[in-house]
Design a binder for this molecule. Structure first.
Ligand code: E4P
Length: 221
Protein backbone atom coordinates (compact mmCIF):
# COMPACT_ATOMS: atom_id res chain seq x y z
CA UNK A 1 0.00 0.00 0.00
CA UNK A 2 1.28 3.45 -0.89
CA UNK A 3 1.57 6.14 1.79
CA UNK A 4 0.83 9.77 0.97
CA UNK A 5 1.32 12.67 3.36
CA UNK A 6 -1.84 14.69 4.01
CA UNK A 7 -0.31 18.13 4.45
CA UNK A 8 0.87 21.30 2.73
CA UNK A 9 3.70 21.72 5.26
CA UNK A 10 7.00 21.63 3.37
CA UNK A 11 9.13 20.69 6.40
CA UNK A 12 6.95 17.67 7.17
CA UNK A 13 7.10 16.53 3.54
CA UNK A 14 10.91 16.84 3.44
CA UNK A 15 11.26 14.77 6.63
CA UNK A 16 9.09 11.89 5.43
CA UNK A 17 10.75 11.97 2.00
CA UNK A 18 14.12 11.56 3.76
CA UNK A 19 12.74 8.53 5.60
CA UNK A 20 12.18 6.91 2.19
CA UNK A 21 8.50 6.13 2.77
CA UNK A 22 6.79 8.97 0.88
CA UNK A 23 4.77 7.97 -2.19
CA UNK A 24 2.87 11.23 -2.75
CA UNK A 25 1.08 14.16 -1.11
CA UNK A 26 -2.52 15.30 -0.76
CA UNK A 27 -3.46 18.90 -0.05
CA UNK A 28 -6.80 20.63 0.35
CA UNK A 29 -7.91 24.23 1.01
CA UNK A 30 -7.92 23.66 4.78
CA UNK A 31 -4.36 22.30 4.76
CA UNK A 32 -3.21 25.14 2.48
CA UNK A 33 -4.80 27.70 4.86
CA UNK A 34 -2.42 26.45 7.59
CA UNK A 35 0.61 27.55 5.52
CA UNK A 36 1.38 31.25 5.54
CA UNK A 37 2.67 33.96 3.25
CA UNK A 38 2.76 32.00 0.00
CA UNK A 39 0.35 31.27 -2.82
CA UNK A 40 -1.12 27.79 -3.36
CA UNK A 41 0.80 27.62 -6.66
CA UNK A 42 4.11 28.30 -4.93
CA UNK A 43 3.45 25.67 -2.28
CA UNK A 44 2.39 23.07 -4.88
CA UNK A 45 5.44 23.74 -7.01
CA UNK A 46 7.77 23.22 -4.07
CA UNK A 47 5.99 19.99 -3.03
CA UNK A 48 6.24 18.65 -6.60
CA UNK A 49 9.98 19.31 -6.47
CA UNK A 50 10.33 17.18 -3.32
CA UNK A 51 8.35 14.12 -4.41
CA UNK A 52 7.92 12.64 -7.85
CA UNK A 53 4.75 10.88 -6.62
CA UNK A 54 1.23 12.24 -7.21
CA UNK A 55 0.50 15.62 -5.56
CA UNK A 56 -3.20 16.40 -5.22
CA UNK A 57 -4.27 20.04 -5.73
CA UNK A 58 -7.92 20.73 -4.94
CA UNK A 59 -10.25 22.93 -6.95
CA UNK A 60 -12.68 25.21 -5.08
CA UNK A 61 -14.98 26.17 -7.96
CA UNK A 62 -18.34 24.41 -7.91
CA UNK A 63 -19.26 24.80 -11.58
CA UNK A 64 -17.74 22.71 -14.39
CA UNK A 65 -16.06 25.58 -16.24
CA UNK A 66 -14.54 26.91 -13.02
CA UNK A 67 -13.25 23.45 -12.05
CA UNK A 68 -11.77 22.95 -15.53
CA UNK A 69 -10.06 26.34 -15.41
CA UNK A 70 -8.51 25.74 -11.99
CA UNK A 71 -7.56 22.14 -12.76
CA UNK A 72 -5.90 22.95 -16.09
CA UNK A 73 -3.93 25.66 -14.33
CA UNK A 74 -2.76 23.22 -11.59
CA UNK A 75 -1.85 20.60 -14.22
CA UNK A 76 0.61 23.04 -15.77
CA UNK A 77 2.52 23.45 -12.48
CA UNK A 78 4.17 20.00 -12.69
CA UNK A 79 3.74 16.61 -14.35
CA UNK A 80 2.89 14.90 -11.05
CA UNK A 81 -0.05 17.16 -10.17
CA UNK A 82 -3.36 15.33 -9.70
CA UNK A 83 -6.44 17.57 -9.75
CA UNK A 84 -8.65 16.97 -6.74
CA UNK A 85 -12.34 17.36 -7.53
CA UNK A 86 -15.22 16.99 -5.03
CA UNK A 87 -17.90 14.34 -5.58
CA UNK A 88 -20.90 16.13 -7.08
CA UNK A 89 -22.84 16.25 -10.35
CA UNK A 90 -20.57 19.00 -11.68
CA UNK A 91 -17.55 17.25 -10.18
CA UNK A 92 -18.30 14.07 -12.16
CA UNK A 93 -18.59 16.06 -15.37
CA UNK A 94 -15.29 17.82 -14.68
CA UNK A 95 -13.57 14.50 -13.88
CA UNK A 96 -14.81 13.05 -17.15
CA UNK A 97 -13.58 16.11 -19.10
CA UNK A 98 -10.19 16.00 -17.35
CA UNK A 99 -9.89 12.29 -18.21
CA UNK A 100 -10.52 13.08 -21.87
CA UNK A 101 -7.71 15.66 -21.70
CA UNK A 102 -5.32 13.21 -20.01
CA UNK A 103 -5.34 15.09 -16.68
CA UNK A 104 -5.30 12.77 -13.66
CA UNK A 105 -7.90 13.38 -10.95
CA UNK A 106 -8.55 12.48 -7.34
CA UNK A 107 -12.27 12.45 -6.48
CA UNK A 108 -12.57 13.73 -2.93
CA UNK A 109 -15.34 13.82 -0.30
CA UNK A 110 -16.50 10.27 -1.05
CA UNK A 111 -18.68 8.78 1.68
CA UNK A 112 -20.20 5.71 -0.01
CA UNK A 113 -19.06 2.90 -2.31
CA UNK A 114 -21.61 4.05 -4.90
CA UNK A 115 -20.09 7.53 -5.02
CA UNK A 116 -16.69 5.89 -5.51
CA UNK A 117 -18.03 3.68 -8.31
CA UNK A 118 -19.41 6.74 -10.12
CA UNK A 119 -16.12 8.61 -9.76
CA UNK A 120 -14.23 5.60 -11.14
CA UNK A 121 -16.61 5.37 -14.10
CA UNK A 122 -16.15 9.09 -14.81
CA UNK A 123 -12.39 8.42 -15.01
CA UNK A 124 -10.90 9.46 -11.66
CA UNK A 125 -7.54 7.80 -11.04
CA UNK A 126 -7.83 8.17 -7.25
CA UNK A 127 -11.00 7.68 -5.19
CA UNK A 128 -10.90 9.24 -1.71
CA UNK A 129 -13.39 7.96 0.87
CA UNK A 130 -13.16 9.93 4.14
CA UNK A 131 -12.86 7.35 6.91
CA UNK A 132 -12.55 9.63 9.94
CA UNK A 133 -15.44 11.91 9.04
CA UNK A 134 -17.72 8.86 8.69
CA UNK A 135 -16.55 7.50 12.06
CA UNK A 136 -17.27 10.97 13.52
CA UNK A 137 -20.98 10.56 12.71
CA UNK A 138 -21.13 7.05 14.15
CA UNK A 139 -20.79 5.26 10.80
CA UNK A 140 -18.15 2.67 9.88
CA UNK A 141 -15.74 4.49 7.56
CA UNK A 142 -13.71 1.35 6.93
CA UNK A 143 -16.74 -0.37 5.40
CA UNK A 144 -16.60 2.06 2.46
CA UNK A 145 -12.88 1.35 1.99
CA UNK A 146 -13.52 -2.41 2.01
CA UNK A 147 -16.56 -2.31 -0.30
CA UNK A 148 -15.01 0.09 -2.81
CA UNK A 149 -11.68 -1.80 -2.87
CA UNK A 150 -13.56 -5.05 -3.54
CA UNK A 151 -15.60 -3.44 -6.34
CA UNK A 152 -12.47 -2.00 -8.00
CA UNK A 153 -10.65 -5.33 -7.91
CA UNK A 154 -13.66 -7.50 -8.78
CA UNK A 155 -14.46 -5.43 -11.88
CA UNK A 156 -10.81 -4.75 -12.72
CA UNK A 157 -11.41 -0.98 -12.77
CA UNK A 158 -8.37 1.20 -13.42
CA UNK A 159 -8.68 3.47 -10.34
CA UNK A 160 -7.08 3.34 -6.90
CA UNK A 161 -8.81 3.61 -3.53
CA UNK A 162 -7.18 6.27 -1.35
CA UNK A 163 -8.11 6.03 2.32
CA UNK A 164 -8.44 9.65 3.52
CA UNK A 165 -9.39 11.46 6.71
CA UNK A 166 -7.19 9.10 8.71
CA UNK A 167 -7.31 9.85 12.44
CA UNK A 168 -5.03 7.26 14.10
CA UNK A 169 -2.52 4.51 13.28
CA UNK A 170 -5.13 1.74 13.54
CA UNK A 171 -6.93 3.35 10.57
CA UNK A 172 -3.75 2.75 8.52
CA UNK A 173 -3.55 -0.95 9.39
CA UNK A 174 -7.26 -1.42 8.79
CA UNK A 175 -7.06 0.41 5.43
CA UNK A 176 -4.23 -1.88 4.32
CA UNK A 177 -6.19 -4.97 5.42
CA UNK A 178 -9.35 -3.66 3.71
CA UNK A 179 -7.49 -3.47 0.39
CA UNK A 180 -6.91 0.29 -0.01
CA UNK A 181 -4.23 1.02 -2.61
CA UNK A 182 -3.16 4.21 -0.81
CA UNK A 183 -3.63 5.89 2.57
CA UNK A 184 -2.98 9.59 3.09
CA UNK A 185 -1.75 10.46 6.56
CA UNK A 186 -1.14 13.55 8.68
CA UNK A 187 2.55 13.79 9.68
CA UNK A 188 1.72 13.06 13.33
CA UNK A 189 0.28 9.67 12.40
CA UNK A 190 3.37 8.67 10.39
CA UNK A 191 5.43 9.55 13.50
CA UNK A 192 3.08 7.49 15.69
CA UNK A 193 3.55 4.55 13.30
CA UNK A 194 7.34 4.72 13.76
CA UNK A 195 7.25 4.46 17.54
CA UNK A 196 6.41 1.66 19.94
CA UNK A 197 7.14 1.80 23.68
CA UNK A 198 8.98 -1.55 23.53
CA UNK A 199 11.12 -0.33 20.61
CA UNK A 200 12.09 2.85 22.48
CA UNK A 201 12.73 0.84 25.67
CA UNK A 202 14.79 -1.70 23.69
CA UNK A 203 16.98 0.98 22.11
CA UNK A 204 17.69 2.51 25.56
CA UNK A 205 18.47 -0.94 27.02
CA UNK A 206 20.89 -1.87 24.19
CA UNK A 207 22.65 1.47 24.61
CA UNK A 208 23.07 1.09 28.37
CA UNK A 209 24.25 -2.58 28.09
CA UNK A 210 26.74 -1.53 25.40
CA UNK A 211 28.07 1.33 27.53
CA UNK A 212 28.38 -0.97 30.58
CA UNK A 213 30.28 -3.61 28.57
CA UNK A 214 32.73 -1.02 27.21
CA UNK A 215 33.25 0.42 30.69
CA UNK A 216 34.05 -3.06 32.05
CA UNK A 217 36.56 -3.65 29.20
CA UNK A 218 38.19 -0.27 29.80
CA UNK A 219 38.51 -1.03 33.55
CA UNK A 220 40.31 -4.33 32.73
CA UNK A 221 42.79 -2.67 30.34
C1 E4P B 1 -7.29 14.21 1.90
O1 E4P B 1 -7.24 14.09 0.69
C2 E4P B 1 -8.44 14.80 2.62
O2 E4P B 1 -8.71 16.10 2.18
C3 E4P B 1 -8.15 14.76 4.09
O3 E4P B 1 -7.66 13.47 4.45
C4 E4P B 1 -9.35 15.13 4.94
O4 E4P B 1 -9.03 14.91 6.30
P1 E4P B 1 -9.91 15.51 7.51
O5 E4P B 1 -11.23 14.80 7.51
O6 E4P B 1 -9.09 15.21 8.72
O7 E4P B 1 -10.06 16.98 7.25
Amino acid sequence: MKLFLDTADIDEIRIVERWGVLDGVTTNPTLFAKTSGRTYDEVLKEICGITSGPVSAEVVAEDVDGMLKEGRHFAKIADNIVVKVPMSETGLEAISRFAAEGIATNCTLIFSANQGLLAAKAGASLLSPFVGRLDDINEEGMTVIRELSDIIRFHEIDSEVLSASIRHPRHVTDSALAGAHVATLPFKIVQQMVHHPLTDKGIAQFRSDWDAARKALAAKA
